[in-house]
Structures are given as structure tokens and as C-alpha cells.
Design a protein around this ligand. Structure first.
Ligand code: ADP
Length: 191
């Protein structure tokens, strides 16, 4: 298996780049944000629990997200590899992922981190909110809350992977094609 993590703050382009990456390299896209939004759309108990956290810009509790990832992983046992998008978002999630991958006798090949300025991020998110129908993208206060959660809870995840020498920073500003090219260069060195 060849597994990657796409890392970066809200609005850094993870979703956009994920679509290109999974298509080119034949990986399974595991976006916890998308999985949670599907649960909400289907009004499952998990979705109902997650919705309040998401609408307020908070993280959904680790055990909920980790359980969801475990079961998605098991549903795709014959995958060539996974692209994790929006996960892990806390150190506890990173540790749970290490355990899960260990159990499956595989590992993370690299963490690709999209680097974008906060000013550009807020512009992108407010723009996305106009068309995406995502309630967490229309309110600037919720967006700011997501950034503070990112700084406090998600940034430490970078340290976890720096220690393992797997963390790669990629310029996340420029055209979608330019950014995809930078990502492919890094993947091609490792695949
Ligand atoms: P973005 O990165 O643009 O904020 P996502 O779709 O990745 O968008 O996530 C939207 C929301 O879903 C987050 O603000 C959070 O509430 C919830 N969420 C997504 N992934 C996780 C996760 N791994 N752990 C906890 N909450 C998550």
C-alpha cells in the first residue's frame, strides 16, 4: 500500500488537489469532512452528533472520527493505498492512525502540507461559502474559530510527522495546476 496524508488549514485546497491525486495515482480518497457531511445528509445518529460541532467550527470528538476511519478502511481492504484528507487533525488521531496502519502492516509514505497565508485562506473560504452550501464557510466568526482550532489542535500533528521525517511543505498558492505539479514531484520521488 502507498498511503499519503494531505495536510493544511481549512481552505488550503486539500479537497481540490485530492481529486487530482486519487485519479492519477489510483488511491482511495478518505476525507473525514466528506464522510461527516454524508452522515449529516443521511441524518444518522453520528451525523446528528457531529453537526453541532461542525457548525460551530469545533472538531468532532476523536473517538467518533477514529471509528469512522476504521470502518471506512475495512470497507476498502484491497485498496492500493489511501489519501487521507482532513485526517488526522489531532495528535490522538495521528497516534490512532499509526496503530491502525501498523495492524494492517502498512505505513504513511509522506505528509504533504499545503502552505497558504491566512489572508488568502479567509478569502477562499468566504468565496466557497457563496456556492458550496456549507454553513461553516459563510460566517467569518466560524472561520476564525476553525483557524484557532487548527493552530491549537492540528498544527501539533505536523510535529508528530516531522519527528518521523515524513513531513513535506508545499507552496499552496498559485494555479491549481502549478500546485498539483509540485505535489506530483514529491509523490513521484517516493512511490
Ligand atoms: P476544512 O478543512 O475546509 O475545514 P473539512 O471538510 O475537512 O473542511 O472539515 C469540516 C469540519 O468537519 C471541521 O471543521 C470539523 O468540524 C469536522 N472534521 C473534519 N475532519 C475532522 C477530523 N479529522 N476530526 C475532527 N473533526 C473533523
Amino acid at each position: 500500500m502507498f498511503n499519503l496524508i494531505l495536510f493544511g488549514p481549512p481552505g488550503s485546497g486539500k479537497g481540490t488537489q485530492s481529486d487530482y491525486i486519487v485519479e492519477k495515482y489510483g488511491l482511495i480518497h478518505l476525507s473525514t469532512g466528506n464522510l461527516l457531511r454524508e452522515e449529516i445528509a443521511q441524518e444518522t445518529p453520528l451525523g446528528i452528533e457531529a453537526k453541532n460541532f461542525m457548525d460551530n467550527g469545533q472538531l468532532v470528538p476523536d473517538e467518533v472520527v477514529i471509528g469512522m476511519v476504521d470502518s471506512y478502511f475495512d470497507k476498502h481492504e484491497d485498496a492500493k493505498g489511501f489519501l487521507f484528507d482532513g485526517f488526522p487533525r489531532t495528535v490522538a488521531q495521528a497516534e490512532a492512525l499509526d496503530k491502525l496502519l501498523d495492524l494492517k502492516k502498512t505505513q504513511i509514505a509522506a505528509v504533504l502540507a499545503l502552505d497558504v497565508s491566512e489572508e488568502e485562506l479567509i478569502k477562499r473560504l468566504l468565496n466557497r461559502g457563496k456556492t458550496s452550501g456549507r454553513s461553516d464557510d459563510t460566517n467569518e466568526e466560524v472561520i476564525r474559530k476553525r483557524f484557532s482550532v487548527y493552530t491549537n489542535e492540528t498544527k501539533p500533528v505536523a510535529e508528530h510527522y516531522k519527528k518521523a521525517d515524513k513531513f513535506l511543505s508545499i507552496k499552496g498558492e498559485g494555479t491549481v495546476d502549478e500546485i498539483f505539479e509540485s505535489i506530483c514531484k514529491e509523490i513521484d520521488k517516493r512511490i
